[in-house]
Design a protein around this ligand. Structure first.
Ligand SMILES: *Cc1c(COP(=O)(O)O)cnc(C)c1O
Length: 630
């Protein structure tokens, strides 16, 4: 097949007059994905420029847009005449990179040949750097010519801060990016987290909007959300239950309608369509499970023991119904097979009244599901669900989550607000663990979820259920709303990033220039740094450390010397800065640093280290040198 990318010109190279590329040019595959990334990152930034928009902060969501950091730097070069290195040091302060995947395979990578084809000219003519230097921005080892170009690495090297999308995902990302920060302890890998949240007004039903308006006011999502938890708690059991029964009824009606449309479209007989119009029971417990059918989401965990699932659904005293929806990627054979497994299960006459699979999973379908289900089930393999957001969409509507302790649920779950699956550890794709979790999932449904829903007081209200639902609504809805997320991004990232960018950009990037000089000096002199004598004196409750460091002719203010001790029993590590007290008269370039720490821990627990130091510069993100005493 002819590669259509043959007709595309590399960036930064004027099209040759009269014809396209030389006939024998070989363009490697994956060109389309790279071209999309160029359009998004470089084209996106140019579009903003053309519109006269001059952002101080650029938030890169996922590595796809990472080329924007190059084009932003290029714009600064043009404006100020600074070289690329300085322009990047200035502009990166205004870039934030949010990573969204929990597996290394999720990062976009391109072959060096492809980067050369599309960006070789751009690097040399527009950025004034060699192809090798450009490739180094996307590599772990700049000296390995076979290493591919990783967009996440480019994004990290072009940003002033990096974050994951849940607390657990922050931790997983620190593991994934550890190789970029050799010899740094894992908890100091510079990736934080801002947990995702959902835009609540998009996902609440009209009756939920009314309920929340009565309790919390019409403007409840406009300002701080501090009073919502208290105010929504004041809604009575009876009101909440009435609200839920109406929601169940609406969802059953929607499901019937949608299913009969689905069946009509597929040419089903009138008898079958008529059955669909009477499917389900508004008084049954409704479980929802909708997501992309990717294997890590384990959409067939509920099917692990089909007979047990069938028994659980068909108990006449406690009827349960299950709505499934989802899509698999057309090329994902495993995902397609998971959908077929469900179709076979639903094909059984006993199962049919209790389970439906709705096709064309999209936001409209999600909206109806999250507004009507009683329980939202999510069964990913920890830690592969970076955040997950669908479970957040049920909160405002009074749905309750039953989910693996992964992504957002790992930090949201307490026993008062829902149900949890898993032991909070990682087990990979071990089939024995999948079986154990399937068993736990059935057990939870049989022993807790279903009985709690059907245990009614004398007014017919399931009071324990309502209590759990109220806690989930009150505690979690504000916490996992976009209000909280956007506020965190603004306070922790956007405002400081804008200020840092302005500071570095002032006077044509003067501070950026100094940062580059500082970093180049460190680079040249680091190999010459050494520890000298280390003395420890115990004085009463204190241990006094005196540490000699050979800095040669490096400015001692360019580094920071610290004592480091591992955390005790999983606690946070101790980091204590040492003060520079004098230079050895007998040995020029050797400085003495001292600090005292509590004598509670043995002296051998502590080790000294030297790290880069400069006000306003993120270490190790922008300078990853580290020298350990031992
Ligand atoms: C919310 C939503 C998702 C994301 O759900 P996850 O739980 O994060 O997988 C996917 N598709 C649609 C249509 C959605 O509405």
């Amino acid at each position: 097949m002819r590669d259509p990318s043959l007709v595309h010109q590399p960036l930064g190279v004027e099209p040759p007059k009269g014809r396209l590329l030389p006939r024998n040019t070989v363009v490697p595959s994956c060109g389309k994905r790279l071209r999309a990334a160029l359009l998004l990152g470089i084209g996106g930034w140019r579009l903003l420029e053309a519109l006269g928009v001059q952002p101080e902060v650029c938030h890169l969501n996922e590595g796809h847009a990472a080329f924007a950091v190059l084009e932003r730097a290029r714009g600064f070069m043009q404006e100020t005449g600074q070289p690329f290195e300085v322009a990047l040091a200035v502009t990166r302060a205004g870039n934030l990179f949010t990573t969204h995947t929990a597996v290394a395979a999720g990062f976009d990578r391109f072959s060096p040949a492809l980067i050369e084809h599309y960006l070789g000219g751009y690097a040399e003519q527009k950025l004034g750097i060699s192809l090798r230097d450009l490739l180094a921005l996307g590599r772990l080892d700049p000296n390995d010519p076979s290493e591919s170009f990783n967009m996440a690495y480019l994004a990290i090297r072009g940003s002033g801060a990096v974050n994951g999308v849940s607390r657990l995902h922050g931790k997983v990302s620190r593991q994934l990016f550890e190789p970029m920060f050799a010899r740094w302890p894992q908890d100091e890998i510079p990736v934080g987290h801002v947990t995702n949240g959902v835009h609540v007004p998009t996902w609440d039903s009209a009756p939920a909007d009314d309920l929340w308006t009565d309790a919390c006011g019409k403007d409840r999502w406009m300002g701080t959300t501090n009073t919502l938890e208290r105010n929504i708690r004041s809604v009575s059991d009876a009101e909440l239950w009435h609200f839920r029964t109406a929601a169940s009824k609406a969802l059953v009606e929607y499901t019937r309608e949608r299913l009969s449309r689905q069946l009509t479209a597929s040419g089903a007989s009138p008898a079958v369509i008529d059955k669909a119009n009477h499917l389900f029971d508004p008084n049954a417990l409704t479980l929802g499970f909708a997501r992309r059918f990717a294997t890590y989401k384990r959409p067939n965990l509920l099917l692990h023991d089909p007979d047990r699932l069938l028994r659980l659904l068909t108990n006449p005293q406690r009827p349960v119904q299950l709505i499934l929806a989802g899509k698999a990627h057309p090329a994902d054979q495993a995902g397609q097979n998971l959908i077929r497994e469900w179709t076979r299960f639903i094909g059984q006459p006993e199962a049919r009244p209790h389970v439906v699979f709705l096709s064309d999973y999209d936001m409209l379908l999600t909206e109806h599901l999250v507004q009507g289900v009683d329980v939202w089930i999510n069964t990913p393999r920890r830690p592969w669900e970076a955040s997950g957001t669908s479970g957040m969409k049920v909160l405002v509507n009074g749905g309750i989550n039953l989910s693996e302790l992964d992504g957002w649920w790992a930090e949201a779950y307490t026993p008062e607000v829902g149900w949890a699956l898993g032991d909070g550890r990682e087990h990979g794709d071990d089939p024995a663990w999948d079986a154990a979790e399937a068993d736990a999932l059935y057990g939870l449904l049989e022993r807790e979820v279903i009985p709690e829903f059907f245990k009614r007081d004398k007014s017919g209200i399931p009071s324990a259920w309502i209590r759990r639902m109220r806690e989930s609504m009150a505690r979690l809805t504000p916490l996992f709303s976009a209000n909280r997320t956007v506020r965190e991004y603004t306070e922790q990232h956007y405002l400081p990033a804008a200020a840092a960018y302005r500071e570095r950009a002032a006077n044509k990037g003067a501070i950026g220039q100094r940062i580059v000089n500082w970093r180049n000096t460190l680079e040249q002199k680091w190999a010459g740094l050494r520890f000298g004598e280390v003395r420890v004196d115990t004085r009463g409750e204190q241990r006094v450390f005196e540490v000699q460091v050979h800095l040669a002719d490096l400015d001692p203010n360019a580094v920071r010397v610290e004592l480091y001790a591992n955390g005790v029993m999983g606690g946070v590590p101790l980091r204590q800065e040492l003060t520079r007290v004098r230079q050895l008269a007998s040995a020029p370039g050797v400085y003495v640093f001292t600090a005292s720490v509590s004598a509670a821990r043995p002296a051998a627990d502590y080790t000294a280290r030297v790290i880069p130091n400069r006000d306003g510069v993120a270490v190790p993100l922008e300078a990853a040198h580290i020298l350990w005493q031992r």
